[in-house]
Design a protein around this ligand. Sequence first.
Ligand code: GDP
Ligand code: MG
Length: 827
Amino acid sequence: MSKKTNYLSEVETGGEVYITKVLGHGAFRKRITEMGFVKGKKVKVVKNAPLKDPVEYEILGYNVSLRHSEAQLIEVVSAAHYIKHSDATFNGVIDEEKLKRSAIEKGKTINVVLVGNPNSGKTTLFNLASGSHERVGNYSGVTVDVKEAKVKKQDYTFRLVDLPGTYSINEYSPEELYVRKQIIENKPDIIINVVDASNLERNLFLTTQLIDMNIKVIIALNMFDELEKKQVKFDYTALGEMLGIPIIPTIAPKGKGINELFTKLIDVYEDRDPIVRHIHINYGEIIEKYIREIQTEIWESPKIRDQFSSRFVAIKLLETDKTMLHDLQQFENYNDIKRVAAQAVEKLEKSMNEKSETILTDAKYGFIDGALKETYREGKSDKRKAKREYDDILTHRFFGFPIFIFFMWAMFQATFTLGSFPMEWIDAGVELFSSWVQASMPEGALRNLLVNGIIGGIGGIIVFLPNILILFFFISLMEDTGYMARASFIMDKLMHKIGLHGKSFIPLVMGFGCNVPAIMATRTLENKKDRILTMLIIPFMSCSARLPVYVLIISAIFPKNQGFMLFGIYMTGIFFAIITALILKKVAFAKKDVPFVMELPPYRRPTLKNTSMHMWFKGREYLNKMGSVILIASVLIWALGYFPTNIKYTKNYQFEITNLEQNTQLRSVEKSKLIDDLELDMISEKQEKSYIGQLGHAIEPVIAPLGFDWKMGVSILTGLAAKEVVVSSMGVLYHSQGNTANDTETLKNRIKEQKYSSGTLKGRAVFSPLVSISFMLFVLIYFPCVAVIAAIHKEANWGWAVFTMVYTTILAWLLSFAVYQIGSLFV
Ligand code: GDP
Ligand code: MG
């Protein structure tokens, strides 16, 4: 930068200056320009004392304060400077307009550096653009010298700098360090990334590092002649749109594309190029988690953010980059950052079993692979060999889809068949435990609470733990091997049809496990609208918490068509997800698609240890839920069913039972049956008159048209906390036919035998096939659960969270209503 340049930080109190340029990286520039600090604007220094932070300024008629470090990034020209250097004779009057124009004139110097791999043609391009005659050739690694040239084009002055060639901007060679220093310290306005078109994959690696740095970049797609020779089809426009970087094809020795390059430089400099946007390379769930951890610590020190993109710093630290660590020493929370970063690196390496640097490099190549896969078609004599030979099959135009469907089918199949064995063991264990508690405790409220409330509630759910862990295991396996990314690739076209992107697919699949992490996973989507749309349809992905309800009812009512019924339920969910997406796309999110890259990370051989660990991370949440929400809900439901204890019964059961017991005329078998019936009537009357029974009856008018009895109504209400609770509530509520443990097997039988004991429906089965379907659909669609709503609130806002609550519940009601009412006409 020229020595004559003044910065806003150097202007003394009372000084008036005009802004010529705002330096710094993307986020900083954006914030500062939003505050009004743009080229040509006048700023008055209200208060600036040395060592005083922040400094107060007046701009656009109001006062703002900036930190010293921020003001250092704003280039200004003083009124005095203008007067001294202007040709006009000073007559005591300062012409504001002229000053402003002078500021704009001065702002018309664009600092550009050329960055690229060795032999990508930087020097050739530099020479042609500047008209100088530097020797071209491969000098890489010999010297670190810089050539500079000034070029005037269309009212603008370009300061071009040719930097030494590098394959990356790490810290391994003096060249790399040098390039990095040039970019970070001198803050050029725009970088021309010279990319050798005949070796895209390797060249674009450097580009990914530039993207991380959040700086303005233009790609000169050099050696374009080579590309044409090879007859490849390369949609570089689409690639540019995905990367948010304009791409100009060039043939440096012929000077082809150089004028276009200059024009583009001006457009980008003046912020009027529609393609330019800052994208985040998605490094995958695990890496992103650690990036965020480090970023959070970096944010503690706002000064860092003036100089670097916090994401870039975090990524560099995760790569254990020593230079970055060194650069951070000047900031007060250096030690904290260092500690947090070291921990993150350790955890990352442990979880992926690989050096962190390799992990990030692989992820970057995954990004490039994905980007090229969508835009690049090999030519006849092309040597860009498919390193990832599985991709030929797994993402094949025709075979990819059936293979994917097969994997999904296998996953669900395994979840249920493998899961059924441990399910039985747990089932037996719970039953044993329950009878042991029953036998070893004196009768009373406490025993009742333990057996019917806690063991009944939790026990009814814990049996599904194996299924859930197996499902999580497969999802983790697909992620760990890299197949999940291919799956989204295949799904991309289909997803576009409903206004989504292939990338939305992973969160949607994760939704089958648990909606909460799925909603958090939408962060990988770049576009806010895509994110929200995906979030809104995730609740239709039937999560594992709903599975117990289906398994219970299907095994009780539809023992012959279990697989088919389950498949049907899941499909119904997907169907409504599609419908919802289509409607929302029309109504709320009519927009143009912003294309973005779908990363194709390398295939990895999964290890049992890693995959189990990832399964465990996902499953842990489920266990937490059992220990908290479900436990509390179970106790609450039990209490609501147990109290009040002073019920006025319609008849004196106790008296009648005693009478029967003393009756000598009846045979003992008949007698005990009559007694059992009486006891049963008494328990159900008690339950019906309990608080929960009253609650159930209160909502009966709303749910009766759906075919539900009040117990189903209560179960649905309690399911607002978490959908597993629906089953544990049923466990507690339909307990009335026996006093043994409350495991699924017996609950299943109870549900099957449940009959209306009074009213017009007396004697009819409560769970008729039609009611069962209506009920399962309701559980599938209605209010996801408190945790999901909280997650949507956090990731989007309250509005969408409320929308989800209302929309899903109304939809569920309408669907169940239609199924039950229309079905009743035929059955
Ligand atoms: P640098 O290392 O990036 O500075 O690359 P150079 O400018 O030294 O170029 C390396 C070699 O590539 C030279 O022999 C150039 O003539 C050649 N070259 C540069 N640009 C092109 C191009 O667009 N097409 C072709 N065919 N050759 C090029
Ligand atoms: Mg060179």
